[in-house]
Design a protein around this ligand. Structure first.
Ligand code: SF4
Length: 319
């Protein structure tokens, strides 16, 4: 996960909760991609260090267990950069240029100059990140599949040219529920509509209390359509089936007001956030523990990465 800002509920529901489940089934490697953050944020790297720390805290607060999975920071395992360099020798430019997100992101972030070698090479570095652990699976959403496809092609090309070292990584596709932001659009940092894991209970409450509702419900006595209300979409993720039915019926008949409806949602979001807030506090109060977890994870990751690099160097005729 890239360290380019704070994590929000969408990231929690979409990725982190899934990662927590996977740590019981697989030997998982989870890292903060601080080099990746530089591909778009190179001009102002001031927040990267802080974001990196916050991300590790959120990994742990969300339930990743350093005894079950390996947690580390990308730039601390320098072997990723070495493999990136060696793979760059064999990767045709056209493969990188045709990754759909290359052009899309340039369009999206027009205020940034992304005509850089690092930005074009993003999928290549991502490939190195994956295959250096000779990973079999990568947990991704459907939009990440083209990135993984290029990783598979590069692994195949390496194996064909030199030696069968890398498995072709497969997508471990997960259906992520779409999480809307407080304005009804997709929850995103760039829309400024997110509920962050680092928000205080007061901030979360305030954000949900002022959320957009079905515009038809102006007065308390107006009936509404829950399907048109972003609040209801969040109920679908955070509330029980009974509560969803209660809210939907109350909205359609004006049996409940938006204030009561939002109160139920706030209670349920708090139930998810409470253990996260608690763990975040504990970690902030114990920086040594955080440091030790990262050190241990980095050491573990480095050992496996170095083993792979020895095979790679030998296969490529290097000393
Ligand atoms: S009652 Fe709930 S679902 Fe209906 S419009 Fe109000 S906030 Fe939205």
């Amino acid at each position: 996960m890239q360290s380019s800002g704070k994590l929000h509920l969408g990231n929690l529901v979409g990725a982190l909760s899934n990662w927590v489940r996977l740590q019981d089934r697989y030997d998982c490697y989870y890292f903060v991609a601080d080099w990746h953050a530089l591909t778009t944020g190179y001009a102002d790297p001031t927040s990267i260090k802080e974001s990196t720390e916050d991300l590790v805290i959120n990994f742990l607060a969300a339930g990743l267990d350093p005894e079950k999975c390996t947690i580390f920071i990308q730039s601390r395992v320098i072997e990723h950069a070495e493999l990136n360099l060696l793979l760059s020798m064999i990767t045709p430019l056209g493969w990188l240029e045709r990754v759909p997100t290359y052009k899309e992101k340039q369009e999206e972030l027009k205020d940034k100059d992304l005509s850089t070698y690092g930005f074009l090479g993003y999928p290549l570095l991502q490939t190195a990140d994956i295959i250096i652990y000779r990973a079999k699976y990568v947990p991704v959403g459907i939009d990440q599949v083209p990135h993984l496809e290029i990783s598979r092609e590069i692994a195949r090309r390496f194996n064909y040219l030199y030696k069968e070292i890398f498995p072709e990584p497969e997508a471990l596709l997960t259906e992520f529920p779409k999480v809307v932001g407080v304005d009804g659009r997709k929850m995103s940092k760039s829309y400024d509509n997110a509920v962050y894991l680092s928000d205080s209970p007061e901030e979360v409450e305030q954000k949900i209390r002022t959320m957009v509702t079905d515009p038809a419900r102006v007065k308390r006595t107006d009936t509404g359509n829950p399907e048109l209300s972003p609040v209801y979409q969040l109920h679908r993720i955070f509330s029980s089936k009974e509560e969803q039915e209660y809210v939907a019926k109350g909205c359609l008949t004006a049996g409940i007001g938006c204030v009561e409806c939002k109160k139920i949602l706030i209670k349920n979001v708090f139930r998810v956030m409470d253990p996260i807030w608690k763990r975040r506090d504990e970690l902030f109060q114990n920086p040594t523990l955080l440091h030790d977890i990262v050190e241990k994870g980095t050491e573990r990751a480095k050992k496996v990465a170095e083993e792979t690099m020895q095979l790679v160097r030998k296969a490529m005729g290097l000393y």
